[in-house]
Design a protein around this ligand. Structure first.
Ligand code: NAI
Length: 480
């Protein structure tokens, strides 16, 4: 704590470097800047205490300062142990008017290269605002903060946190320990937090899946807005964001020539489509794996061969998982790969690649080439290169998606926060999407920067196709 501000970041002296990057990012984030201008006077988030768990990057810093400008009090952590940009975290803490000795910004608990213990310690810091207040809004990416509240409240109701079983992964053991300590110190902490929270806005596919499951089971404790499925989020960030940041991550990690290489993309959803385009753009020969016949057919129509992993496991130079599913590349698969094949994941969780199994291969050796780049040498002498230990490599090895695309995602986030905070009576404990006119608004906010001249409907044309001149222009079932 310095100057009454709580925080835990790598190095506050990076703040100036971070501030320069934020300044440039602001120019590339016209949606967020327009939202700042629109709501600066009204301050619709006055009274909001937002607990945010989302990659602490430069772009996220612009989101945080936007939420603050809209009146909110904010506490922030990263949703991945490798994704923080330390200079961005420092800039947010120091704030726009503060100094390293007298920070006046926002409480951030995040640094690049956290251990899992540190990660869950940071996440826990979200739930106590100054003065002992609980947050009243959540902004989540992947659902870890939401999970902690739900599990905490569930165990508090039962009066006990279960002992981990043999099969529980290390990370879940840490969650259980965190909650056990919390319950011992304050037996109703998360119950109270849950009752204060007006809602959560969720950023990504995997987090949204968790929310729908909770809602189906009748366990969701507050309303949720699925930001991911705004068209201006998943059809842009997941696709065009990855198109940029996947190649960026591979290049920064390995600097290997991608042209001519055989690249295997597992999953051809929104992220997979961007990944395939990214590597095709570099001249790689791209093949994909899919379980969904529609996505497999789409890949085929794009001229991509659709294969099974086993068909290419010995031939591929590069393997990227994008499925949001588990057990995609197992240790036995990695053992069969070519010497120095590169393996990386851009799906949200680290269970797509069997890192635990890899570590257990008898006689295997792990050599650190540099942070987040490891050579795994099998006993026969051949090796593979694993990026970011199987975690989101576009954030671990590079800096995630660029500002312009994140401006679309985060404009949806800011609007969703305003929606849930200012209209609490209008949402039940269910998962909602933003209405289409707001999705169109987000897109509109980004057109001028690109010099787009949109055609306006005439009244006659609007009547003919059955829409309003001012939109929305498509039915909800339209797929883009
Ligand atoms: P999606 O649902 O559109 O795509 C996933 C695809 O994987 C689906 O088409 C599905 O049929 C396929 N799939 C599932 N199991 C498979 C298997 N065993 N083998 C082959 N294919 C399989 O989801 P989306 O939006 O593409 O997201 C994918 C993941 O990426 C999620 O975990 C999401 O949270 C994450 N994400 C990561 C970002 C990043 O910056 N790294 C950005 C946005 C999303």
């Amino acid at each position: 704590q310095v100057n009454g501000l709580e925080f835990a970041v790598a190095d506050l002296s990076l703040a100036e470097a971070g501030r320069h990057q934020l300044r440039l990012a602001e120019h590339e984030m016209p949606g967020l800047m327009a939202i700042r201008a629109e709501y600066a006077a009204a301050k619709p988030l006055k009274g909001a205490r937002i607990a945010g768990s989302l990659h602490m990057t430069v772009q996220t810093a612009v989101l945080i300062e936007t939420l603050v400008d809209l009146g909110a009090e904010v506490r922030w952590v990263s949703c991945n142990i490798f994704s923080t940009q330390d200079e961005a975290a420092a800039a947010v803490v120091v704030g726009r008017d503060g100094t390293v000795d007298r920070p006046t910004g926002t409480s951030v608990f995040a640094w690049k290269g956290e251990t899992l213990d540190e990660y869950w310690w940071c996440t826990e810091q979200l739930f106590t605002f100054p003065g002992g207040h609980a947050p009243n809004m959540l902004l989540d990416d992947g659902g870890d903060a939401t999970l902690l509240v739900h599990q905490g409240a569930e165990f508090e109701a039962a009066g006990v946190v279960p002992e981990p079983t043999e099969d529980d992964p290390e990370e879940y053991r840490i969650v259980l320990r965190t909650l056990r300590e919390s319950l011992a110190a304050d037996p109703k902490r998360f119950t109270r937090v849950a009752s204060e929270i007006k809602g959560v806005t969720e950023e990504t596919t995997n987090g949204v899946k968790r929310l729908y499951k909770l809602a189906e089971e009748g366990k969701l404790l507050f309303p949720a807005i699925n930001v991911n499925d705004s068209v201006t989020k998943s059809k842009f960030d997941n696709k065009y964001g990855i198109r940029h940041s996947l190649a960026d991550g591979i290049n920064r990690a390995t600097d290997v020539m991608l042209g001519g290489k055989l690249a295997v993309i597992c999953g051809y959803g929104d992220v997979g489509k961007g990944a395939a385009e990214s590597l095709r753009g570099q001249g790689a020969r791209v093949v994909v794996t899919e379980i969904d016949p529609i996505c497999a057919l789409q890949a085929s129509m794009e001229g991509l061969e659709v294969v099974r992993l086993e068909d290419v496991i010995e031939k591929g130079d590069l393997f990227i998982t994008t499925t949001g599913n588990l057990d995609i590349i197992m240790a036995a698969d990695m053992a069969r790969m070519k010497h120095n094949a590169i393996v990386g994941n851009v799906g949200h969780f680290d269970n797509e690649i069997d890192m635990a199994g890899l570590a257990k291969v008898p006689g295997i050796r792990k050599v650190e080439i540099k942070p987040q780049v490891h050579e795994w040498v099998f006993p026969d002498g051949h090796a593979i290169i694993v990026l970011s230990e199987g975690r989101l490599m576009n954030l671990g090895n590079a800096t995630g998606h660029p500002s312009f695309v994140m401006s679309n995602s985060f404009s949806n986030q800011a609007i969703a926060q305003i929606e849930l905070f200012t209209k609490p009576g209008e949402y039940d404990r269910d998962v909602y999407r933003l209405p289409k006119h707001l999705d169109e608004k987000v897109a509109r906010l980004h057109l001028d920067a690109l010099g787009v001249r949109l055609t306006e409907l005439t009244k006659k044309q609007a009547e003919y196709i059955g829409v309003d001149v001012a939109g929305p222009y498509k039915a909800d079932h339209y797929r883009y």
